[in-house]
Design a protein around this ligand. Structure first.
Ligand code: GLY
Length: 323
């Protein structure tokens, strides 16, 4: 595995180096940063890099497919269960050059929601399909029925339902009032010619059936333009209502570095919604930024095929505590 040493934590002076392409991927807010999680993120990012010179959208899809196959991340096979014990997933993909965007919401029984979103973007003029319609579209496109309920998540759901039945309150999600687990995964790409972003999630544990988060919300949880590519993770309702991803893009367009723009967005999110979140972005100069105000936020960055060693997102937890 090729490693490039980050010259300082959080901020990487890409603009001073000749960079052929950047892939930055996160494993979701409050997902573990243990080695086994980081290794899967690294594998995903390097898989994407192999395809970067061909097609940035194909590269994005490849990154997220690795995570959707793992039971360690809250997407695809590792998705959390809704209140009824069913996995309903959201995924989105956007190309900043063409500004084509597509998403699936509350989709069930497919292993790769991100691939269904890509098919929607490339083969139709639709922007979002939800629920039954999204599943029907997936089948028509040849995506087979897949079990997305892992043993770990079935167990977590049973435990959470039992504690609710006993009248105990699990760790709280400010918006749903329910237990919270690792969140949406996301990836941003800059290939020297353009920017793109994709996200995939099972949403919140015990969410109301049919509830759709910020992942398929253009400008809320995801955005890409000729200026930047941005993905968010955290309480979906807060990101949707504040259009946080679009705010980050606007700050960068106004001259902020991605890291400054993200910190400003988290402060704004905290001020307006008292919410926790994590944000990852790359801009058209190849500068990456990331920060969060919760427990953990695993992020991996690959620059020109080389993994940055020990990359750390900015931690604003003390400044922006919600507890
Ligand atoms: N951030 C994922 C969700 O709220 O669904």
């Amino acid at each position: 595995m090729r490693l490039l040493r980050a010259s300082c934590i959080e901020e990487i002076p890409y603009a001073q180096t000749k960079v052929m392409g950047i892939i930055a991927v996160h494993g979701g807010l409050d997902t573990s940063r243990e080695k086994q999680y980081l290794e899967i993120l690294q594998e995903a990012a390097l898989r994407g890099h192999e395809l970067l010179s061909k097609n940035r959208i194909q590269a994005l899809e490849a990154v997220l497919r690795v995570l959707e196959e793992s039971s360690k991340f809250n997407c695809g096979y590792g998705s959390v269960l809704n209140f009824d014990g069913v996995v309903e997933m959201d995924a989105a993909i956007i190309d900043g050059v063409s500004s084509r965007f597509a998403a699936v919401a509350a989709i069930r029984d497919v292993q790769h929601p991100v691939s269904v979103a890509r098919a929607l973007m490339e083969k139709t003029s639709s922007v979002i399909l939800a629920g039954e319609g999204a599943v029907k579209f997936a089948r028509k496109q040849g995506f087979p029925t897949a079990n997305c309920v892992s043993d770990e998540q079935r167990e977590a759901w049973q435990k959470a339902r039992k504690s609710l039945a006993r009248g105990e309150k699990p760790a709280q999600n400010l918006y749903t009032g329910l237990a919270y687990y690792g969140d949406t995964v996301g990836c941003v790409i800059w290939d020297g010619a353009g920017l793109a972003a994709a996200s995939s999630t099972g949403g919140c544990l015990l969410k109301t059936p049919g509830r759709i988060g910020d992942t398929p919300s253009l400008g809320g949880g995801i955005f890409a333009s000729k200026t930047s590519a941005v993905v968010c993770t955290g309480i979906g309702e807060a990101f949707r209502e504040t259009l946080t991803a679009k705010y980050v893009d606007e700050k960068i367009a106004g001259g902020s570095e991605p890291q400054q723009a993200i910190k400003s967005a988290l402060r704004r999110l905290h001020e307006q919604k008292k919410a926790e979140g994590g944000i990852l972005a790359v801009d058209a100069r190849g500068r990456v930024g990331s920060a969060f105000n919760a427990g953990q936020f695993p992020v991996v960055v690959v620059v020109d095929g080389k993994l940055l060693d020990n990359y750390q997102p900015g931690n604003l937890r003390q400044e922006l505590s919600v507890h």
